[in-house]
Design a binder for this molecule. Sequence first.
Ligand code: NAP
Length: 292
Amino acid sequence: MLCSKQARHLNVWDRNIFSLQKPRVQAMPLRSIGDSKSQRGGKLQGKVALVTASTEGIGFATARSLAQEGASVVLSSRLEENVERAVTELRHENLNVAGTTCNAAKSADREKLISMAVKEYGGIDILVSNAAVNPFFGNILDTTEDMWDKVLDVNVKAMFMMSKLVVPHMEKRGGGSIVMVSSIAGFQPIQFLGPYSVSKTALLGLTKALALELAPLNIRVNCVAPGLIKTNFSSALWKNESLAGEFLKNVSMKRIGELKEISGVISFLCSDDATYITGETLVAAGGMYSRL
Ligand code: NAP
């Protein structure tokens, strides 16, 4: 865990990594691109997947993994330029992807994303809900109502609303798979990340509540709790040797996780290899002591 001195150094973490960044440009619908056909076979052949917050980091790696397994994948994030870049990169890999802007916290954007997937690919089989923010870094007693509203809106409520929207479409296909991205912080709150950690704990419960209700519809709902993974989101931590060292004291494997080590787990949970798994949270954190 971080001491107060380290926390002061980590203001940049608050601002740049866990912060709710304002879009630099007005999010505009990107014309969907669905004509790049992956010729690969795979565990997700014929499936249509939506991944939120998928133009960078864990979301982007997940979109790639699902598409490599044969799924048609709709990418999304707030900024059009990011969506264009991400879609172009994956299409150069001959993967079947489309994209549109979607701020996961906005109801109209969520509906636009669903409509686009249905229009483009004819239905929805998989949802990976990945968007999260952290509007605050410091002592939990210094947090305000606005901060709580923001973190719960994006990290919890939007996850539920996205799930609710995809259910009728999955039902039409005879079932589906929903995966939420939580965090190791959901098990053991990270110091100075109180509201963020609590929001990630809420997802463990949301996963179970939805799984119970959706099992009769053959829709599985699971959750992934990553440890420290190399992304922009966490770069202030892993780029700082002393902070990373402090964090890794609690990690059995003594190393930071790679993107593939999360996207692979998500891809597994979405596949038919996981047909008897629902309501579970799979921790991929290199064996963190503090979880116990
Ligand atoms: P990242 O590399 O910083 O990527 C963030 C992505 O989210 C970008 O594509 C960004 O694109 C998009 N985004 C941000 N706010 C959004 C919003 N409101 N609606 C839609 N898209 C949004 O982040 P990451 O590390 O992969 O984090 C992804 C998830 O993993 C989060 O749920 C995080 O809590 C979880 N996680 C991460 C770690 C870690 O160590 N990295 C550990 C545990 C859990 P735009 O700017 O274009 O919107």
